[in-house]
Ligand binder design. Structure first.
Ligand SMILES: [Zn+2]
Length: 640
């Protein structure tokens, strides 16, 4: 702190001296240029040698050879990662970067504006660059999402590669040799060339396909065929903390097989030569859901199969990520597709990419049996209630939330109900439910959003080359299914602020959003698994039960008015020690008594009494059948 102040003083002295002596400051010269990517063949290639066997220290050692570079060159570390929609490449974990050519050191200079770019000057006659660095994988959750445990490794190639600026990634040949811990098994959509002991060489591919083909490895694994006998195989590759967690029952296998068949009935196509779910069941490595053309990274709870009934909320992960092979990977928004991983992405159409995937992920969960119909209805009750209540939609349009992956990066968004956060997923899903039921109503049940899915995502069967689209393309495809002013329909829902939530799909689907004092089973299970108590629609609070700390406060709700905020600990309710049950009883008591609820809360090391003047009782959302309208929700959730 002291040093900082001194430095500031020195600058001030210098600044004033210059001010006296010369003209006003002008901008410094720009940093040296970085070649924009071109769609021309890269004259060399990348060969990666990755040693990922250090499961204790979680240090991944990379040796990389790059041929085909000369003179002034720029190497890039991937920053804008497909599926992440933001500039999240973990550059802070790259260390020990050393580059040589022909045995002599090649100095590198990091770009002073773009921290992901390294400038080099190569001596004449350079044939190959030899690059060494380490990727320092997080050793605990406090250091970042854990990718490595003593049983499981989640390996993403973009963390482990530097690549030449100036070329489309599909034009850069890449091959990999990988060393894993002894006796571990792996799965990946990459094609294997050869293997010896714990070392595997993969067939040469392009950098684009390599980055799109992560690899999971582990000590306890199993591989389940989800489409036996099919010419285009689909497998579920499980990686677990313990062998007993791999006990998948035949009826659970049948449900996942049904998912594949229901997706084929919906999209009438596939855009992969083979597909691998990379599915980790762990509380040691991170939870993840990340889509790829021929695989997905699916990381969830260790007991998803062994305690199947307890955690329905974890089960639509696979239906969501699988849908992305069609929506997101094959069909991709034109402004989101980028020629390499350092050209910024623009996320304006994520309400299609993620919103419609959220929708199909939920619908396919019900059609395949991952969820019961009631569970799907419970999820939509929660989503509908949230957006009906959401104060943040008074100032922020849905489309603006598509920027959240770039705005948030790794920062936590405070006051979620006011700020809004990633609403293009659930509110996007509500808009597509709205559109689906409207098509069904207008066509008297003859057509539906399934027809849009087949027409929009089902083109080019078997092709893996992305087909990009614009807003106008979406409107055109909807019009081809059911003529309507879809542009106005969508723009109104995407751009308007301070408008009613898009609940047309619920009412047109034959249901009403109602509230009562009983939490629905799905939401109860989600709260139980996440160890939280959700009281957003009554006192306006969500509480973390691990430490009795407030996780979320509804903007301008009763708790907000009592000046409660995220991070406060609740110590007591009406003079009794806090528990979720004590608070729920107090809410019901205050409904009849008219007396306020008194909380003792702690914020850092300060204590105070907060008074909740709320008398509406417990309120939890449900969908209730409206017999005056056809049960379109039931229809669209029925297996095809
Ligand atoms: Zn997604």
């Amino acid at each position: 702190m002291k040093q900082l102040i001194l430095a500031c003083l020195n600058l001030a002295v210098l600044g004033s001296a210059q001010g006296i002596a010369g003209a006003a400051p002008v901008p410094a010269a720009a940093a040296p240029p970085i070649a924009a990517p071109k769609d021309i063949a890269f004259p060399g290639g990348i060969r990666l040698n990755v040693d990922a066997s250090d499961i204790e220290r979680r240090i991944v050692r990379v040796h990389e050879s790059i041929t085909g570079l000369a003179g002034d060159a720029v190497l890039l570390y991937p920053r804008w990662l497909p599926g992440e929609h933001g500039p999240n490449g973990p550059i802070e974990r790259l260390a020990g970067l050393t580059i040589t050519a022909g045995g002599a050191g090649v100095p590198w200079t990091r770009d002073t504006v773009d921290m992901y770019a390294f400038h080099l000057h190569l001596p004449g006659g350079t044939r190959a660059l030899e690059i060494d660095f380490e990727y320092l994988s997080p050793t605990s959750p406090s250091a970042g999402p854990v990718e490595f445990s003593r049983e499981i490794l989640l390996l993403e190639w973009p963390s482990l590669v530097l690549y030449p600026a100036g070329y489309f990634t599909r034009q850069i040949p890449a091959e990999v040799e990988l060393t894993l811990p002894a006796d571990w098994q792996f799965a990946s959509a990459l094609d294997k060339e050869s293997s010896a002991a714990n070392r595997t060489t993969f067939k040469q591919t392009t950098l684009e396909t390599l980055v799109d083909s992560p690899l999971f490895a582990g000590r306890y694994t199993s591989r389940i065929d989800l489409d036996p006998g099919a010419a285009v195989p689909v497998h579920m590759n499980l990686f677990a903390d313990r062998p007993d967690l791999l006990a998948v029952k035949p009826e659970q296998v049948a449900i996942h097989r049904a998912l594949v068949q229901q997706a084929y009935k919906l999209f009438a196509s596939h855009h992969y030569a083979h597909y691998d779910f990379l599915y980790s069941l762990s509380d040691q490595v991170r939870m993840i859901g990340l889509e790829h053309h021929q695989s997905s990274e699916d990381g969830t709870l260790p007991t998803v199969f062994t305690e199947w009934d307890k955690q329905p909320w974890a089960r639509d992960l696979l239906s969501h990520e699988y849908t992305h092979s069609w929506n997101g990977k094959f069909r991709r928004p034109a402004d989101l597709w980028t020629p390499n991983y350092n050209v910024p992405m623009r996320d304006t159409l994520l309400w299609v990419y993620e919103g419609q995937t959220q929708y199909w992920g939920e619908v396919l969960a019900a059609r395949s049996g991952l969820w019961t119909r009631q569970q799907a209805l419970d999820v939509w009750a929660e989503t509908a209630a949230y957006f009906q209540t959401l104060p943040g939609s008074r100032w922020r349009a849905l489309e603006d939330t598509t920027n959240d992956e770039i705005i948030e990066r790794d920062h936590h968004l405070l006051w979620r109900t006011w700020q809004r956060a990633f609403d293009y997923y659930p509110e996007g899903a509500l808009i597509w439910l709205d559109a689906d039921t409207l098509i069904r109503e207008r066509s008297q049940g003859k057509r539906s959003l399934d027809d849009f899915a087949r027409a929009f995502f089902g083109i080019g069967d078997g092709s893996m080359t992305p087909v990009t689209y614009t807003f106008e393309d979406v409107v055109k495809a909807l019009n081809a299914v059911e003529p309507n002013d879809w542009s106005a329909f969508l723009r109104e829902r995407l751009d308007a602020v301070d408008k009613p939530a898009p609940l047309g799909g619920i009412t047109r689907g034959g249901y009403k959003l109602v509230f009562n004092d009983t939490q629905n089973d799905y939401s109860k299970a989600a709260d139980g698994a996440r160890k939280r108590t959700s009281l957003l629609y009554s006192v306006g609070l969500v509480i973390n039960e691990k430490n009795a700390t407030i996780m979320d406060v509804l903007w301008e709700g009763p708790a907000y008015k009592a000046k409660l905020t995220e991070g406060m600990e609740i110590l007591a309710v009406d003079g009794a020690a806090y528990s979720a049950e004590v608070l729920k009883v107090a809410i019901q008591t205050a409904k009849d008594s008219g007396a306020p609820i008194e909380l003792i809360v702690k914020s850092q090391d300060r204590f105070r009494v907060a008074t909740l003047d709320y008398h509406g009782g417990l309120r939890f959302p449900h969908l209730e059948r409206d017999p005056s309208v056809p049960a379109r929700l039931d229809d669209l959730l029925t297996p095809k």
